[in-house]
Design a protein around this ligand. Sequence first.
Ligand SMILES: CC(C)(COP(=O)(O)OP(=O)(O)OC[C@H]1O[C@@H](n2cnc3c(N)ncnc32)[C@H](O)[C@@H]1OP(=O)(O)O)[C@@H](O)C(=O)NCCC(=O)NCCS
Length: 186
Amino acid sequence: MQARLVRSRPGTRGVTASPARLAHVAAGAIDVEALASVYTVVFREPPYSEPDASDLRRRLPIHAERPGFRLVTASVDDRVVGFAYGYTGEGRGRWIERLAAQLGTATAGRPLGGHLVLAELAVLPSVRGRGIGATLLDAMLRDRAEPRVLLQTHDGDTPAMRLYERAGFRRLAAMPPDVALIRDLP
Ligand SMILES: CC(C)(COP(=O)(O)OP(=O)(O)OC[C@H]1O[C@@H](n2cnc3c(N)ncnc32)[C@H](O)[C@@H]1OP(=O)(O)O)[C@@H](O)C(=O)NCCC(=O)NCCS
């Protein structure tokens, strides 16, 4: 595990201002339960309304085996308060086929596959609004070999959508009730 202290911006929404510590976690060193405890709180909120973290528990071990897997956690006072993970996507699979169908011929000359999939980004409500989400996103997108990043998020005026738009993502295709977003990587 590789940790570094991130410069924390002062909280202005009644949250404690302890600095968040970012860590890159290797696939073999994942504390799934620490992530599940964040996931359960974050994704039981609308518009997600997931009852528990079973979806994360099911897919994280599979995704952790994928090429290009990267997991970044944010901790405050040694407690995981947020995380993001992704991996290199293939040009096949259910999601990519649905996306290709939505895009029709628009993918000509720009084949899908070999992109970074940003699979998850979550920050506990108690520490939001102090830059942890933006810092996690930045750590996920830095120094990647892929030419672009794709993700799927709820299609609405959510904090996540605002964060992605600020980071330069643009709409690629509607996938109701979600939308696929894309951004080129440097
Ligand atoms: C999306 C999410 C990860 C953002 O986490 P976060 O840590 O609050 O993100 P940031 O602090 O970087 O930015 C959030 C807001 O705080 C603001 N902010 C950041 N630092 C700030 C500071 N020091 N003072 C005041 N405001 C600040 C940002 O401008 C942003 O404002 P906006 O949402 O009104 O546009 C979080 O809201 C979340 O977990 N949402 C639910 C899960 C989700 O939707 N995940 C994405 C699935 S694809």
